[in-house]
Design a binder for this molecule. Sequence first.
Ligand code: PMV
Length: 315
Amino acid sequence: MATSTATAPGKAILFGEHAVVYGRAAIAVPVTEVKATATITDAHAGSGCTIAAPDVGAHVQLSTPQEDPLALAVRLAIEEAGIGEEPDWQITVRSDVPIAGGMGSGAAVSAALVKAVFSHRRLPSHRQPDAGTVNRIVYAVEKLHHANPSGIDNTVVVYRQPVRFVRGEPPQRFEIARPFHLVIADTGIASSTAAVVSDVRRAWEKDTKRYEAVFDGIGEIAETARRAIESGNIDALGPLMKENHRLLRMLDVSSGELERLIAVAEEGGASGAKLSGAGRGGNLIAAVERKNVEAVKEALLAGGAAGIVVTQIGA
Ligand code: PMV
């Protein structure tokens, strides 16, 4: 029986979360140490299409109501691939991207599913849908997770490249002149992006002027950071993370646990750290010189981090 597999990485927003929803620039990178993997196997004729996600205990039939993100990703991909009726497929999706942690788990799962469908369709390579098509489908599924996604998660996960992202503009790749290390630590506290984004929206409606000024500051930091990365000035990243985090705190998206672990990372030798993603829980990222990576990792684990991913950004 034919089997097809596709993967998609996790992601980390380096600078610019939340402000990116309001049109400011943000930068993000793929994190290939974690990934989602979708496998499609042909099933018996007449059995229909089932999708299993054992890591979250989900098991859905393709014909399930539209609201299920796994079914929606597969359904949109099947339509795009020109498959007329429900195929007899058994689909399994596994992921070690932390769920509800700001590492793009939803987008990674959707991207792996969509790519697996296209690969299983066995179209000749020149008729395989391009990354833009995959991205459009994954974005449509992201809208189920939260009503007003900026599109940064799906873009990084689908293109697998460092991206400067401004809402409504084509994503721009940026160069990493000198590799640098990130230590990503999970607070272990699940956070709902939808809830945090809508809290920020309510606060912005009440105090638009102040929030717009904070978003401007965050957008400028993201642009400064991108230029620093492109020119190899990686020593600038730690201080820029501290400054970005200070502004995120003003948006009320940090939490006691994030503050505590950020302090642990900085005391343990990180040059700077900040929350990454929606905040309130989820992950923090720390810019760490290579010689300090082990010490920072140990300090965070001893300090109660639920999981650590160390990644090198750039070759
Ligand atoms: O927590 P995540 O990985 O879903 O990232 C959310 C990033 C935000 O800027 C807060 C929202 C968005 O749509 O860009």
